[in-house]
Structures are given as structure tokens and as C-alpha cells.
Design a binder for this molecule. Structure first.
Ligand SMILES: Cc1ncc(COP(=O)(O)O)c(C=O)c1O
Length: 483
């Protein structure tokens, strides 16, 4: 296993760019941008709509704090004290704007995004992850969420016929986006702490482009916290080991971390977050994606990418011809909400621990119900690490049809899924998330790698209990146990 050498390894970023990224033709008008900022400049050079034509004079948001949302059952408060006159409008000025302001946010923005949000997110990233290489060498780019971020990263790094390393069980869009772009996915085996460093090392050592049908991988993409689908949170030690292997083979790490702030923190704000890959990235080989989807709202369609400047800039060039940065209305709204909560202090030390507590309670209640109703012979599950998902392992090795040799593990998995449907309980089988290109497992090993993804983010306590009773009935039926 490679050791954790603290001397930075030099990364040649140009060698990671795709042909699309290298060949991107940018509008020459983009080059005028810096001149707009010069004080006293009169511009006949741009094509910006006049703000007097925008039919929004201001916006008023109702911004409740923890637990006071009208979506919390029984909480009906529409108290006017929560009404926040958000979006002021000040005449456009060539000074830096420090908060949401419609005159800037409804205008076209360029580069990394609307300046106040890019600045705020850069401070946030510094506080939460403090990337261990010089500040001027990493940047933040706002995105329309991690789905958009991932598309930008794939298109910027990979050519058709390149390979990407994915977790053995991966977020489906990581897999399908790669496949749709002709990128060849390769599964890295996982255990309860994430991808297995020794297996990753071996795969790279033995990489055979012809047998694999794909060139040597440039990057490993993973979901390190409360993963979708596996619920796994990589401990810091595992991250260091994976990082060391990626250094050894000059692989980039794409850290897709939308559930980061949903991890269980027993002492709230006093419980530190598990260190991210970005926080240990001494070389500048991590490209990290964050999203507002899970702690503000998925419909905000906003997120951000952090990584080495040359790569983030190359992704930003792709954005210029697709989203042209996320919606300004959305950014203004998010900015105002964060401001109402109290900026960094309010979001980071009060709101994020609150969100993690909401999901922790749900996860712990869910597991207590599994323990109460599910027969131990049929399934096992880990303690939740937070987030929205629990990865329940079907104990196929004890199933009568497996023991008699009548059925394969996958056939049994399919039958269990159908039985759950008959019982009116919807689950997601692990076959939906399985990355191709992994090792060939024996029948016995395969039997140990059959899971069900259970989501505890939405059901009421009553629905959770009823749903788990139905699952228990289905499992007993399948395993031939007495009801
Ligand atoms: C692992 C993972 N990545 C990315 C996304 C998409 O996030 P966004 O809403 O920011 O596009 C999700 C959403 O479920 C997810 O689970």
C-alpha cells in the first residue's frame, strides 16, 4: 500500500483534459468582461438588458428557522415576522456587491458565477475544508446542482473510450451519464467503509486496455458521505488510503458530496464533520461537487464545484455554452435565506446541525423498527451514518432456494423485490446501482453482495412502521418462515 507522503506531487492538468475541453471554442466577447469592471468605463461593448425592463422590483421571502417550516405537519405559522424583504434593488455599480441584490443577480453573469455567491462559497469552502494547497490555486464555480456539475466534469475530462472508476454500487446518474458519453465504467469493490484501497491498487496495477475495452482511468468518482445508494460514510483513514493509491497512479478524485451536511453529528455543531477528500488534497487532484439540493431545496437547482483552478476554469468554459451559470433568481433567493439565518455562523453552526439532526432521527427510528420486525435470518443492516438511505443486505446465503442450488442470488433478489411489491412496499434492488466492469464473483461471494436500498427521508413514523411490517411479512414468505 502506498504511504502518505506529505510532499505534493505535481499534477499536469492539461494531460487530464478531454478533446472536447481542449477544442472548446469560446466567444471572443468573453474577453471584454474584465474591461467592464474598470472604473469610469462607458460601455458600448456588451449586450445586457436594461434593468428597468425587469418586471421584478423586489422579492419577499418567508424564511423560517429550524422546525418552523409550514411543511412540518401541524405547524401552520405564517407569522409575518418571518417575512424577509429580500431582494433590494440598487442601481448598478462597479463596486463589489456583498449580498443578494437584484440589479446584479438578474443580470447575465460570467466566469465562476454571481460574484457575491462565489465569494461567499469560497469563504465557506475555506472554513469547512481548507484545501491544503495555496488559496490562489483553487477556485469555486457555481453550478445548476451536482447533476450539471458532473456533466461538466465528465465532458471536460473524458473522451469516448476513456474509463472512469466508480464505486461497485454507484449513483445511477454517475453510471448512465458516463455510458451515454461513451465513457467506460469500471467497478471498484466496496466494503462497509467504501471502496477497498487494495482492490483499487490491484485494478490499476493490472489494467489491460484491450480486456477492459477502455483506456487507463483518469479519475475515480465516489460519493463519500451517507452515500446514495449505500449509505456509507468513508472514515477519514479510508479516505487517506484511497487518496494515497490515487497519487500513486496519478488519478483524479471526483468527490460528489451532496449529503455531506446530513451526516450524523451526535454533539451537533461540536461534532466535527468527517474530513473530506478536498481537505486532504495536498496535490490538487480532487474536484469536489457540493449542492444546495439537500439542505435548501432540490428545486433551487444550485450547487458548486471546488478544485484546482486550471480544471475548474476548463469546466467553466463548458458552462459558458450550456447553463451560462445558475439562475440568478435562485442565487438571490439562496443568498437571502442564508443571510436571514445569520450568514456563515447561522448556516454552518446552527442550520446545518439542525438538518443533520432531522435526518439522524429518521434514520435511527428506521433502524429501531427494522430491529423490532425483520427476522435476523433474512437480512442485516449497518447503523445509519446519516443522510437518507439504508443499505439492507439480504442474507441470500440462508435462503432455501440458494441452499438447494435451485436459484442464483440475482433470481432470489428479483423474487424478493416482486414479493415486496405484492405486499405494497417499494424498495430499490442493488442490481439497479451495480457498476459493470467489476470482478467475477463466485456464487457464494455474489450471495453476500445483494442489497436493498431503503430510503427513510419521506415516510411518516406510521408509514415507516407499517412499511417495515410489510417488508418483514414479505421476507418471511420468501424464506419460508412462519408468519
Ligand atoms: C449522489 C448524488 N449525486 C448527485 C445528485 C444530484 O444532485 P443535484 O440535485 O445537486 O443535481 C444526487 C441526488 O439525489 C445524488 O444522490
Amino acid at each position: 500500500m502506498p504511504s502518505a507522503n506529505p510532499t505534493p506531487v505535481k499534477v499536469d492538468y492539461a494531460s487530464f483534459l478531454s478533446d472536447e475541453a481542449k477544442g472548446r471554442v469560446r466567444s471572443q466577447l468573453k474577453e471584454l468582461r474584465p474591461y467592464f469592471e474598470i472604473p469610469g468605463m462607458i460601455s458600448f461593448g456588451g449586450g445586457y438588458p436594461h434593468p428597468s425592463t425587469w418586471p421584478i422590483n423586489g422579492m419577499t421571502l418567508s424564511v423560517p428557522f429550524a422546525g418552523k417550516s409550514v411543511f412540518v405537519p401541524g405547524f401552520e405559522n405564517r407569522d409575518s415576522s418571518t417575512l424577509l424583504p429580500l431582494a433590494k434593488y440598487t442601481p448598478p455599480a462597479k463596486t463589489s456587491v456583498v449580498g443578494p441584490d437584484l440589479s446584479n443577480d438578474l443580470q447575465y453573469s460570467a466566469g465562476m458565477g454571481i460574484p457575491f455567491m462565489v465569494k461567499w462559497l469560497t469563504e465557506h469552502v475555506k472554513k469547512m475544508h481548507d484545501p491544503p494547497y495555496p488559496d490562489g490555486q483553487w477556485s469555486v464555480l457555481t453550478t445548476a446542482g451536482n447533476t450539471d456539475g458532473q456533466d461538466g466534469i465528465y465532458r471536460t475530462l473524458f473522451n469516448k473510450g476513456d474509463s472512469v472508476l466508480l464505486e461497485e454500487f454507484a449513483y445511477p446518474a454517475a453510471l448512465t451519464t458516463a455510458q451515454s458519453q461513451g465513457i467506460v465504467p469500471a467497478a471498484v469493490p466496496m466494503d462497509g467503509d467504501g471502496v477497498v484501497p487494495a482492490d483499487l491498487d490491484k485494478m490499476l496495477e493490472e489494467w489491460d486496455e484491450v480486456a477492459r475495452g477502455g483506456r487507463r482511468p483518469k479519475a475515480l468518482l465516489l460519493v463519500p458521505t451517507c452515500s446514495n445508494p449505500t449509505g456509507v460514510t468513508y472514515p477519514a483513514l479510508r479516505k487517506r488510503e484511497v487518496y494515497a493509491v490515487c497519487r500513486k497512479w496519478n488519478i483524479l478524485i471526483i468527490e460528489d458530496d451532496p449529503y455531506c451536511y446530513l451526516q450524523i453529528r451526535p454533539d451537533g455543531a461540536d461534532s466535527p464533520l468527517v474530513p473530506s477528500f478536498l481537505s486532504m488534497d495536498i496535490d490538487g487532484r480532487v474536484v469536489r461537487m457540493d449542492s444546495f439540493s439537500k439542505f435548501i431545496a432540490p428545486g433551487s437547482r444550485c450547487g458548486w464545484i471546488t478544485g484546482p483552478k486550471p480544471l475548474v476554469q476548463a469546466i467553466a468554459h463548458k458552462t459558458e455554452s450550456s447553463t451560462n451559470n445558475p439562475s440568478g433568481i435562485s442565487i438571490a433567493t439562496i443568498g437571502a435565506v442564508i443571510q436571514a439565518w445569520g450568514g456563515h455562523e447561522g448556516l454552518e453552526n446552527r442550520y446545518l446541525p439542525h438538518i443533520s439532526e432531522v435526518y439522524s432521527q429518521r434514520g435511527l427510528r428506521f433502524v429501531a423498527l427494522l430491529e423490532k420486525y425483520i427476522p435476523g435470518l433474512t437480512a442485516e443492516w449497518p447503523q445509519p451514518s446519516g443522510g437518507m438511505f439504508l443499505w439492507l443486505r439480504l442474507r441470500i446465503e440462508t435462503h432455501p432456494s440458494f441452499l438447494s442450488g435451485r436459484s442464483t442470488p440475482t433470481e432470489i433478489q428479483d423474487r424478493v423485490f416482486k414479493t415486496f411489491i405484492e405486499e405494497r412496499i417499494l424498495t430499490a434492488p442493488s442490481s439497479y446501482f451495480k457498476t459493470p466492469g467489476g470482478p467475477e464473483w463466485s456464487r457464494e461471494e455474489e450471495a453476500k453482495r445483494i442489497f436493498v436500498r431503503l430510503s427513510f427521508s419521506l415516510p411518516t413514523p406510521e408509514e415507516m412502521e407499517e412499511g417495515i411490517k410489510r417488508m418483514a411479512r414479505g421476507l418471511k414468505k420468501e424464506w419460508g418462515l412462519e408468519q
